[in-house]
Design a protein around this ligand. Structure first.
Ligand SMILES: O=P(O)(O)OC[C@H]1O[C@H](OP(=O)(O)OP(=O)(O)O)[C@H](O)[C@@H]1O
Ligand SMILES: O=c1cc[nH]c(=O)[nH]1
Ligand SMILES: [Mg+2]
Length: 212
């Protein structure tokens, strides 16, 4: 596996804003989509291209298009929805496979409650999106599910990754590349990433969050 920490100035700036304790739901939502979009740009950098010819304004012209596999974007509900529009703004034709996973707050075990995958996964590149990679349980369960359904090429886009989660994905699925805006320091005793973003799902959906 490889882990790619995207240290682009726009990402560093936006992530800094997201870490503020007093950030509003509106601002957190907007920034999650924006950073999701920049991560998509970086995670698609090596997609293969093929040449083709079109009629341009001054006659035939050679242009290029992305060739090979089609893409499915895989948001891990709920919080992954918070990056979806940002990803689709760059890949508007991508099919979406929804995966519902909730982490038990005491045991930290990932519990799967929804699996709505698109067809032909063996012919698609899957781009999993989730703001947080903490213990890695949710991400490993999603990759397990996709591989069981035939998917062979998988990338993961997360806003913040903990070293513990990176190690868990690396051990279980060494073929998967993770793109992240930040490799953070550690997990606290409740399994939250430090410094992290707090509870990303609650911040995106406005649950358990006082209005600021
Ligand atoms: O790496 P892990 O230890 O599995 O933790 C990360 C998961 O926890 C959060 O989701 P949560 O379970 O809170 O669900 P939500 O998106 O519905 O808030 C987050 O969005 C990840 O999916
Ligand atoms: O730090 C964390 C860990 C899991 N889920 C979150 O939303 N934040
Ligand atoms: Mg949550």
């Amino acid at each position: 596996m490889s882990i790619q920490e995207i240290r682009h100035p726009l990402i560093r700036h936006k992530l800094g804003l997201m870490r503020r304790a007093d950030i509003s739901t509106k601002n957190f939502r907007e920034l999650a989509q924006e950073v999701g979009s920049i991560l998509t740009y970086e995670a698609t950098r090596d997609l293969p291209l093929e040449d083709y010819s079109i009629n341009g304004w001054c006659g035939p012209v050679q242009v290029q298009k992305i060739s090979g596999k089609k893409i499915t974007v895989v948001p891990i509900l709920r919080a992954g929805i918070g990056m979806l529009d940002g990803v689709l703004s760059l890949i508007p034709g991508a099919k979406v496979s929804a995966v519902g996973i909730a982490r038990n707050e005491e045991t930290l075990q990932a519990h799967t409650y929804l699996e709505r995958l698109v067809d032909d996964l063996d012919q698609r590149l899957a781009m999993i999106i989730d703001p947080m990679l903490a213990t890695g349980g949710s991400m490993v369960a999603t990759i397990d599910m996709l591989k069981k359904a035939g998917c062979r090429e998988i990338r993961a886009l997360v806003l913040v990754a903990a070293p513990e989660g990176i190690r868990a994905v690396e051990q279980a699925h060494p073929d998967v590349t993770i793109y992240t805006a930040s490799i953070d320091d550690h997990l606290d005793e409740n399994g939250y990433i430090v410094p992290g973003l707090g509870d990303a799902g609650d911040k995106i959906f406005g649950t358990k969050q006082k209005d600021v």
